[in-house]
Design a binder for this molecule. Structure first.
Ligand SMILES: N[C@@H](CCC(=O)N[C@@H](CS)C(=O)NCC(=O)O)C(=O)O
Length: 226
């Protein structure tokens, strides 16, 4: 059976979990936090998520895991047959990660320590997000799914990317980033209603107190070292 390593407060963990549930693949969850020795033995940079395949192969990096799951378990498809259409789906996923998730993630340490990011950091992040807005407005269809008529990996990917944008970028920048993309808010809301997304959200909320305790302890330890 596939083992999914990580913790339910992680959006990357949740996007891979969503793919596993959508594809109706049996899997076991192994609770590991980022930076732990056990995780480092499985995930080379110590990040969450990672999976161990039934054959014992360890794989990390969410998009790589998504591709592996699709190639190995193609019965319930999450990429279009056509290679050009597949490239568009991957392009949306990549742009969402580079221009939406990664810049928004930079606000997480400020949010957890209850501080506001300095203005130059905000200016820089706002610029990157603007490029993401332009690109995603151009590429997204929402008819009814992100890449068109077929529900694809891009729907799952963008949904969990958006969770970081809404929670951290929008609050630090006082800017409803998702509302800038026509159709995005409505689509995001409908994604959140799916039974899989609801189960994942319930698991996330259950894990949150323990995760916050861990992060707070890490912040305290790093302050004590300074
Ligand atoms: N590029 C990685 C990013 C994963 C990632 O950033 N995971 C976070 C948890 S949501 C993490 O493990 N952070 C710990 C760290 O940055 O050391 C992927 O696509 O899986």
């Amino acid at each position: 059976m596939i083992i999914l390593h990580g913790f339910a407060a992680s959006n990357y963990y949740n996007l891979v979990k969503h793919v596993l549930l959508y594809k109706q693949l049996p899997f076991q969850e192994n609770l590991l936090y980022a930076g732990s020795k056990e995780l480092l033995a499985i995930s080379p940079v110590g990040k969450v998520p990672a999976i161990t395949t039934p054959e014992g192969l360890n794989i990390s990096e969410s998009s790589v895991i998504c591709d592996f799951l699709e190639e190995t378990y193609p019965d319930i498809q999450l990429y279009p047959e056509n290679s050009g259409e597949r490239a568009v789906v991957r392009q949306i996923m990549k742009i969402a990660e580079l221009y939406f998730e990664l810049p928004s993630r930079r606000f997480i340490p400020y949010a957890f320590s209850g501080t506001e990011a300095p203005e130059p950091v905000k200016v820089e992040i706002r610029q990157v997000l603007k490029r993401g807005i332009t690109a995603l407005s151009h590429l997204s269809q929402f008819s009814p799914w992100v890449a068109g008529e077929q529900f694809t990996m891009a729907d799952i990917y963008v949904y969990y990317v958006n969770s970081i944008v809404s929670k951290f970028a929008s609050s630090q920048l006082e800017w409803d980033v998702l509302a800038e993309i026509p159709g995005m808010t409505k689509w995001n809301e409908s994604m959140s209603q799916s039974p899989i997304a609801q189960k994942i959200e319930a698991d996330r909320l259950t894990n949150m107190p323990e995760f916050i305790k861990k992060v707070t302890a890490q912040i305290r330890a790093s302050k004590a070292k300074q």
